[in-house]
Design a protein around this ligand. Structure first.
Ligand code: C2O
Ligand code: CU
Ligand code: CU
Length: 498
């Protein structure tokens, strides 16, 4: 059978101006909705941050109430701000009728507060992890990690952003006014039924995972944000269950990527388009001092045909070859000259990244992510696409099995590839550095701290990684594919650090 995960590797290049006309969504005759900005909760004082896991209703489309889940809110959760060398105390309360585990994705914290599937909060229960934040400034997130139900619970809304600040980040001239010139941008896609309810089924998901039809940004369809006529920082989070996006601006304008999953890059990287895989974060700076609106596109990477492997330098050419009209923008940034603007030049250098020497890397582990025609076990018992077995090194996730045992404080090389298709591999409890991506050197914008790496079936992706915090057998860390349907079907493993 053919590999359904048809995916071209999209490499950033220069894009010409795009003159095509948009295919506007049908409900676009209504006034565009403003970009929802999740409430910012300052956790730096150590005061507990209350997060109530709840059900709600949210209007993705005007006048249509959709049943959802959220933390405090109707859909998604507040943005939690914390700081290096401070304590973050989270007080979760699960008011749902099903169990929920909540993981802090990207946080360097021990396994017993990491929020893996062992730490499921029963209905009516509370969980109060005390997190000691020791890592550099970064954009992280928290989301459901419930055994077998992560995809469904994230899809309905159980996700939110965590912003870590530090002195280094404070000392450089970057926009930092939350909701004004420093915007959380959570990109997801969702499918709605005729009554506006979210459609989701793990069993009916394709091999590619659950791909929604409509992009939502912070829970809104094609919203507009009014921003100052200056530099705007977007904290982009690919919070989709399975979708790889190509992110660009409709007018082809360039932007700078300043941070990856684990924090600032060594220097801003100019780009006109970039790929984002599920779970990945990219902070970018876009300059709106010309006063023109900037329209953010989130193209579905899987919709471009696979024939033309390799770098794509021209987004218009890519769209022409794929015979697709330019899609409507997912988010429009409109300039409001009344707002005071951040106009300082972008710093030429950002963070220092110390890579270990090759002789400090003490051991290599290989991980093969596999999708195979299944024996009809597990979630796939009803047949259909769900019948595929999803494994890593031949084993599906088993809560009672520790798959790897890692020594604390020691650099390792992990090599990852798949038997078919592209997968975003994520590791808990660390940030790592990418040495190779699909057999090639990591591009400049992927050379910072990361906790997700894309791999495929052509060649190995290689990361170097070190764990500084413990994870016991009772509370191990996870590594897994961040296509949530792959994860829920078993493409995940557990490891201890001691
Ligand atoms: Cu964002 Cu183990 O996940
Ligand atoms: Cu994680
Ligand atoms: Cu996968």
């Amino acid at each position: 059978m053919s590999c359904a995960l048809s995916r071209r590797r999209f490499l950033a290049g220069s894009i010409a101006m795009l003159g095509a006309s948009y295919s506007r969504p049908v409900w676009s005759n209504a006034a565009p909705s403003p970009l929802p900005i999740p409430t910012l909760i300052d956790g730096t004082s150590g005061e507990p941050v209350d997060l109530k896991i709840r059900s709600g209703t949210w209007s993705f489309k005007p006048g249509v109430e959709t049943p959802t889940l959220g933390f405090n809110q109707q859909y998604l959760g507040p943005t939690i701000r914390t700081r290096r060398n401070s304590d973050l105390n989270l007080h979760y309360e699960n008011t749902l009728t099903e169990g929920v585990a909540v993981h802090g994705h990207g946080l360097h914290v021990p396994g017993n507060v990491d929020g893996g599937p062992q730490l499921e909060i029963a209905p009516g229960d509370r969980w109060q992890p005390a997190l000691s934040i020791v890592q550099p400034a970064a954009t992280c997130w928290y989301h459901s990690h419930t055994h077998g139900k992560t995809g469904q619970q994230v899809y309905r809304g159980l996700a939110g952003m965590i912003i870590i600040d530090d002195e280094m980040n404070d000392s450089i001239a970057l926009p930092r006014r939350y909701g004004i010139d420093d915007l959380p941008v959570i990109i997801q896609d969702r499918t709605f039924d005729a009554r506006g309810r979210l459609v989701y089924s793990l069993d009916d998901a394709s091999e590619d995972g659950w791909l929604g039809e409509t992009v939502v940004i912070n829970g809104a369809i094609a919203p507009v944000a009014n921003v100052p006529a200056g530099k705007i920082r977007l904290r982009l989070l690919n919070g989709a269950n399975a979708r790889f996006y190509i992110v660009a601006f409709a007018d082809g304008r360039s932007f700078h990527k300043i941070a990856s999953d684990g924090g600032l890059l060594t220097a801003p990287v100019p780009l006109t388009a970039m790929e984002m895989s599920p779970g990945e974060r990219c902070e970018i700076i876009v300059d709106l001092s010309d006063g023109n609106a900037a329209e953010l596109l989130t193209l579905f990477e899987d919709e471009f045909d696979e024939d033309e492997e390799g770098a794509v330098g021209d987004l218009r050419d890519l769209l022409r070859r794929s015979k697709k009209p330019l899609p409507a923008p997912s988010l429009t940034l409109k300039v409001d000259r009344a707002l005071s603007a951040h106009t300082a030049p972008l710093p030429e250098t950002l963070a220092t990244i110390n890579r270990p020497k090759q002789n400090e890397i003490t051991r290599t582990r290989d991980f093969l992510l596999a999708m195979d025609e299944g024996g009809g076990k597990g979630h796939g018992a009803h047949g259909g696409h769900g019948a595929m077995d999803m494994t890593i090194n031949g084993a599906a996730m088993d809560m009672n099995v520790i798959n790897e045992r890692v020594e604390r404080g020691v650099w390792e090389r992990w090599r990852i590839r798949s038997n078919q298709g592209a997968h975003p591999f994520h590791v808990h409890g660390c940030s790592f550095l990418i040495e190779r991506m699909e057999g090639a050197a990591a591009p400049p914008d992927q050379q910072g701290w990361k906790d997700t790496v894309v791999l495929d079936d052509d060649d190995w992706s290689e990361i170097i990684v070190r764990f500084d915090h413990p994870a016991t057998e009772a509370h191990p860390y996870m590594y897994h594919c961040h296509i949530l349907e792959h994860e829920d079907r078993g493409m995940m493993g557990q490891f201890t650090v001691s």
